[in-house]
Design a protein around this ligand. Structure first.
Ligand code: UDP
Ligand code: MG
Length: 326
């Protein structure tokens, strides 16, 4: 099969009820673009029949492909698996819960045609998401922007299209703690955004409870910033300077014979400094744990099954596997 113009990659985790509508809307929109396309569904360990649904799509239309990971690896890994498997010249990535409306694809693709290499969808409004999620997201994206030197656009999710060069570059980024919207900004080239109003989820519920969001936010910050590590240096300098001056004061008071400072002050400072030190050790731990994960070098994900997609025309002959003694 010749490479299609566009691959649409969708990570799926227990989204069975919405898949029919998703397929319909994708087909309709993609038909209107006049490009050849494939859709790559990546089942991230669903237990609700999502894989069976996407397998059925793949059976009756060869442009649909279904990949099943061996377990739940998380949204960012599922996306990565899909981008790795995509055969299109350009790649679109979007959520499968219809919060990323397929109807926006033509607008994104139009920008690609203008010569942009990455076109992301930028959320102007977020309907149907709680005030808490909106507020934390708002603060997070702006904090991240201050902490990093990579120009990560605010209020964007992973919904985006990438041209051939950005896709090739993206595939070379194999880090484990993946913050894909950051990685996709990191590759550079010409990038731009298209605003859209993010609709609420069609069915099911978010797979990102607060804890998972917090981990994701930490991954983002540690992946793109050393500022938390440098916190210790600045605090250390600050406290040392203060301590030096304070000692002068204490000595002066002693000489003047008015130093009845008590236990309370001592206790206060001790606890405060103890807390700060523990916190900074925690910061070290966050980075150290991630370094450990990278060093282990495990594969990012494992594919269990793959259905659909015509076999590639010139599949390279399988390399003879080396014997156990070589
Ligand atoms: N998802 C996934 N693996 C997971 C969690 C989520 O593949 O472990 C998929 C999910 O099916 C959806 C997309 O990632 O297509 C975004 O997830 P969700 O809608 O729950 O995130 P939110 O929009 O609430 O941030
Ligand atoms: Mg969603």
């Amino acid at each position: 099969m010749n490479a299609p113009d566009l691959s649409v990659v969708l990570p799926v985790f227990n989204e069975a009820p919405g898949l029919g509508e998703l397929r319909e809307r994708l087909e309709r929109t993609l038909a209107g673009t006049g490009r050849s396309w494939e859709v790559v569904f990546v089942d991230d360990g669903s237990r609700d029949g999502s894989f069976e649904a996407m397998t059925a799509f793949a059976r009756d239309d060869r442009r649909f492909r279904a990949l099943r990971l061996s377990r739940n690896f998380g949204h960012q890994m599922a996306l990565t698996a899909g981008v790795d498997a995509a055969r299109g010249r350009c790649v679109a990535v979007m959520d499968a819960d219809l919060q990323d409306p397929p109807e926006l694809l033509p607008a994104l693709l139009a920008k690609l045609d203008e010569g942009y290499e990455v076109v992301y969808a930028q959320r102007e409004r977020r309907d149907g998401e709680g005030a808490f999620k909106r507020a934390t997201a708002h603060v997070f994206y702006r904090l991240l922007r201050r902490l990093t030197s990579v120009d990560i656009p605010v209020d964007t999710g992973d919904f985006r299209v990438m041209g051939p060069r950005a896709t090739a570059a993206f595939r070379r980024l194999r880090e484990r703690h993946r913050f894909i919207r950051g990685l996709s900004a990191w590759v550079g080239f010409r990038q731009t955004g298209v605003p859209y109003a993010r609709p609420p989820r069609r069915s099911g519920e978010t797979k990102f409870p607060f804890r998972r969001m917090a981990t994701f936010a930490l991954d983002a910050i540690t992946s793109f910033s050393h500022v938390p590590l440098q916190l210790g240096t600045w605090l250390g300098f600050g406290v040392s300077l203060f301590a030096f001056l304070y000692i002068l004061v204490v000595v002066a008071l002693k000489v003047l014979g008015i130093n009845e400072r008590g236990w309370t002050t001592l206790m206060g400072w001790m606890l405060l400094l103890g807390g700060v030190q523990l916190m900074l050790i925690g910061v070290l731990g966050e980075y150290l744990g991630r370094i450990y994960d990278e060093v282990k070098g495990r594969p990012l994900y494992l594919v269990a099954d793959e259905v659909g997609g015509e076999p590639e025309e010139t599949a390279p002959a399988a390399e003879p596997s080396p014997g156990p003694l070589s």
